[in-house]
Ligand binder design. Structure first.
Ligand SMILES: [Zn+2]
Length: 308
């Protein structure tokens, strides 16, 4: 099994993560972030199970954002085997759910979007796209309930559902065929990568923030908390205990600043404020000079673009 496209956190998810550690997020953004975190953890769990149990000829593409006839749709995971295209919608629901008369409910009676309906829509759109590309590969579509604590009452054998306890067996069957992937399969993977849409601009989706109202300090590149203690050349996070070279932590903080304030000039003074004055301005200036193109000569030198 080969991973053609790795999963990455969406820009919006990343932006909310950064802000969450530097301000008090409005309640709706906090909830949105928690949902995104839960979804992403479920997807990562699915990926690790696939890596463990799917042997043999297969190509995996994660997080596809595609468009057909003006309809944009998202695919959590797609696995191309010699005989089929497997489409997976991944859900990280936990606890007991019921599925009665086409309605999906949590144990507290809250109605959630029916995963089958969403799956059907995605499958139809993928099918249209493949037809457009004159590809007649069969699509097998399933919702994966990846969380081991999830239980569904009134599940039917015919539902396109795979539960956590069934995954190992299911993935075992996906890999058992004596055929090989060929140029056509590789071409399809390439077409899917080429057809990728860009995410909508994330800045507009983020809550309002200004440089002044964000907490300053060195953010940890692993957990994003502002709990980094620095020594001469290294920095250690008091939350996740990760220790890294100070330069790497500083580079991460510069990228984070650029990400949240892409219209701002990049100067050693601004970055010094951003990291709460914890790093000598000369160290910052040297790093900026090394990594970014300089535009301007005065004290307030502005570093704009990446050298790479
Ligand atoms: Zn940390």
């Amino acid at each position: 099994m080969e991973i053609i496209k790795e999963r990455t956190m969406s820009n919006l998810h990343l932006g909310l993560q950064y802000l969450d550690k530097r301000m008090k997020l409005p309640i709706e953004d906090r909830n949105r972030l928690r949902n995104m975190e839960k979804g992403f953890q479920g997807e990562e769990l699915f990926d690790s199970i696939v890596k463990q149990y799917l042997k043999g000829e297969a190509m995996m593409l994660n997080d596809l954002l595609l468009n057909v006839n003006g309809n944009t749709f998202q695919i959590d995971s797609l696995i191309i085997t010699p005989t089929k295209v497997h489409l997976f919608e991944i859900k990280n629901f936990s606890g007991n759910f019921t599925n009665v008369e086409g309605q999906f409910n949590t144990q507290h009676g809250k109605v959630v979007n029916h995963p089958s309906i969403q799956l059907k829509k995605t499958r139809t759109l993928l099918n249209k796209l493949l037809q457009e590309w004159e590809n007649d590969m069969h699509i097998e579509a399933n919702v994966v309930f990846v969380n081991p604590t999830f239980f569904l009452y009134q599940a039917k054998k015919t539902d396109p559902f795979i539960f956590n306890s069934q995954l190992e067996y299911y993935l075992g069957t996906v890999g058992t065929h004596k055929l090989f992937l060929n140029k056509q399969h590789a071409y399809l993977a390439e077409q899917l990568i080429q057809a990728q849409r860009f995410e909508a601009p994330y800045q507009k989706e983020l809550p309002l923030y200004t440089f002044d109202n964000l907490d300053k300090g060195l953010s940890c590149p692993t957990c994003f908390n502002l709990t980094v203690t620095r020594n001469q050349r290294t920095a250690e996070c008091r939350t996740c205990r990760k220790r890294e070279p100070l330069h790497d932590v500083l580079r991460f903080n510069i990228r984070q600043h650029l990400y949240l304030f892409d219209q701002f000039p990049l100067t050693s003074s601004i970055i010094s404020d951003w990291v709460g004055g914890s790093v000598d301005k000369r160290v910052i200036a040297r790093l900026l000079k090394n990594d970014y193109k300089r535009t301007g000569h005065s004290k307030g030198t502005v570093y704009l673009s990446d050298k790479k």
